[in-house]
Every structure is written in C-alpha cells, then in structure tokens.
Design a protein around this ligand. Sequence first.
Ligand SMILES: C[S@@+](CC[C@H](N)C(=O)[O-])C[C@H]1O[C@@H](n2cnc3c(N)ncnc32)[C@H](O)[C@@H]1O
Length: 249
Amino acid sequence: MASESASSGVAAYYDKAAAKVPQFTVLNYGFSSEPEDSCVPAGHAEFYCLRLYEHTVRDVNLAGKDVLEVSCGRGGGASFLFRTFAPRSYVGIDVSRENIRMARQRCDGPQFQIGDAEALEFEPQRFDVVINIEASHLYEDRRAFFAEAFRVLKPGGHFCYTDGYWADDDCSEELRAAGFLLEERLEITSNVIRSLELDNERKENLFDTLGDAELVREYKDWGGIVGFRAWRRFVEGKTRYFSHRLKRP
Ligand SMILES: C[S@@+](CC[C@H](N)C(=O)[O-])C[C@H]1O[C@@H](n2cnc3c(N)ncnc32)[C@H](O)[C@@H]1O
C-alpha cells in the first residue's frame, strides 16, 4: 500500500493544479495517428487527450460492461468513454479530492469516488474492464496496483493500461507475475510526441496566463510543452510510452 505521505503528496499536487489550471478535463499527453481515424469529435478542444483514451480501450468492448477507471483525474476521459461506448456502469476513482470534485461537477454518467490505486475498495471480481491511463508512474508501488487490478477483475476481464516509463523500464514481467496474460504491448512514443506537438499551442497559451514565472516553468515541464522537460525526455529517448491490453485468464 502507498505510504500516507507518498499518495498525499501526489494528491496535494493535483489539488493545487485543479485550482491553477481548471480548464483541463483530461490530463494526459495524448495520442495522434494521422490521418486520425477516430470517434472523438473533430475540433474537440481535448481531441488528442481523448484519442489516448480511445486508443487505450481499442479492441475491448465496453458496451454493457462494468468498468473501473483507476486514476480518472478530472473525469473528461471517463465521460467520453461512457457516452461513446455505453458501458453498463463506469466508476472512476482518484486520490485527488479536487479532481473528484471537478469530475462530479462536470461529468454526467460515470460515478466518481476518492480512492487509492494500491488499495482498491471493491470486492474481488467486481469489474469486466479496468482502465489506467498515465498514472502508474506516480504510484509508490505499481506492483501493488497490478495485484489490485487483477483482484477486482472478473476472469476473462481486460486491463487496458497506458503510461510513460524510463527507457530501460519494462513492466511486462511484473504484469505477468500479477497473473495477467499480456495480449498486446505497443510502443506509442512517436504518437505521443506528435500529439504533444499538435496540441502545444492550446496548453502553452493556458500556462502563459498564470503569471507566476516559476509555476509557468513547472507546468510547462510537467505538461509536455515542446522544448521543455517531459517533451525533451521523449524526444531524446530517455522515456518511452507504451499501451497494454491484458487479460485475467
Ligand atoms: C497525469 S494524471 C492522468 C489522469 C487521467 N487518467 C487522464 O488521462 O486525464 C494522473 C492522475 O493519477 C492520480 N493518482 C496518482 N496517484 C494515485 C493513487 N495512488 N491512487 C489513485 N490515483 C492516483 C492523480 O491524482 C492524477 O489525477
């Protein structure tokens, strides 16, 4: 289980971001694959971030299913998947109280609650699908999360899992050790870099309105702005982005 201080530090970071940049409903680096063959409405302000959601659940049928999203952030992705793929139920959990408050305020359909990825408060075999997007790098112990994702999935259920990793970090063995069958592991770093480039203006303009130079710099590093830290790490090959489709046998 995450130590109190580790998860409360992350929660505090995202609670503050919710106050500073409330405009975002989706908080990931996005996905682009041109020409964009997508059911995200063209021209949607958060098109590329929602494309990452669409990509992550590809080939997994959500219709009529019970879905859990772990680390749902502000709920924009949950709302998109709920409206587009008609699951029977959709629960989003996140450790940030402010993210959950915003998700409840803005997004109809899914149910949102505060929770810790490493200690899920659900009975075993409750869900058909577990989704996790760009969050596991923040966890104290991602193996504890993998074990929890496995526990709450029904046999035959799918775990749709996407994140960025240090270049030499391959989580495949940890996923197998948790009991999962790794059906597909796809490197999507170039799709993420392209998304960062295509979505750069929207995010950079927003950060530039913040005034406080130190915070602007921090958010540009964190937010994948072209020329800044997260973007540089991808371009220089120090970090890589992968999507996974896993099955509980
Ligand atoms: C980069 S954001 C991605 C959010 C969302 N998946 C999206 O794409 O918009 C990472 C999220 O992970 C959440 N998070 C970090 N550690 C967590 C934990 N231990 N349990 C649950 N959520 C956590 C943060 O609060 C934040 O909302």
